[in-house]
Design a binder for this molecule. Sequence first.
Ligand SMILES: [Zn+2]
Length: 227
Amino acid sequence: MAEEEIVKQIVKEVLNKINRENKIGEIEDIAVNNKERILYCNYSNRHCHISREHLDILYGEGYQLTKLKDLIQPGEFASNELLTIVGPTGAVLPIRILGPVRSKTQVEISRTDSFAIKIKGVPVRQSGNTAGTPGCVLVGPNGAATLKEGVVVAMRHVHFTPDDARYFDIRDKEMLKVRLESPARTTIFEKVVARVKPSYALEMHIDVDEANAAGVGQNTPAEIIKD
Ligand SMILES: [Zn+2]
């Protein structure tokens, strides 16, 4: 066999071997992940969830959000659609809509954003708990909607499936302590609320202010600290 043929043959065998091992590897990886679940922390930029009624006003009757990218939480996606938040003094910020449409509109901003648009007293809240929070005006290409309430700073949280919750030995609504390692600003976050639902995927969420304070980017391994 010519040298070139021998090399080709060797490459082919090596590639076949890699493919075979990868297939077995993938199966093993899944098994390992199920036993050794790794929690990753991602940060969210300012965003809003929108009701059908508000989307009709802002983007037009029956408008369908278009997908920019899927998020890790199953079914959730970042849409291409943007809105403008207007604060009480007329200061504005652009904000992205996350889909799908929800029963209630909720605007999630960072504390820094709240100063930029001069909305006072924006509380740290769990998603969905918007009673008594400040409102704002949202402007879209088709019109403007005035929210009486719904502007919050999202409470840092971890999404768990019931299986994940059993694995980590935590309960829904439990307040956790989570350590995020970073080159210069390793931080332990306290009051991280655990949220358990079958429809979730294992993931920690913080906002941009918190990510910057801890000096972390996306997909940072997070360690739950048990006292
Ligand atoms: Zn979340």
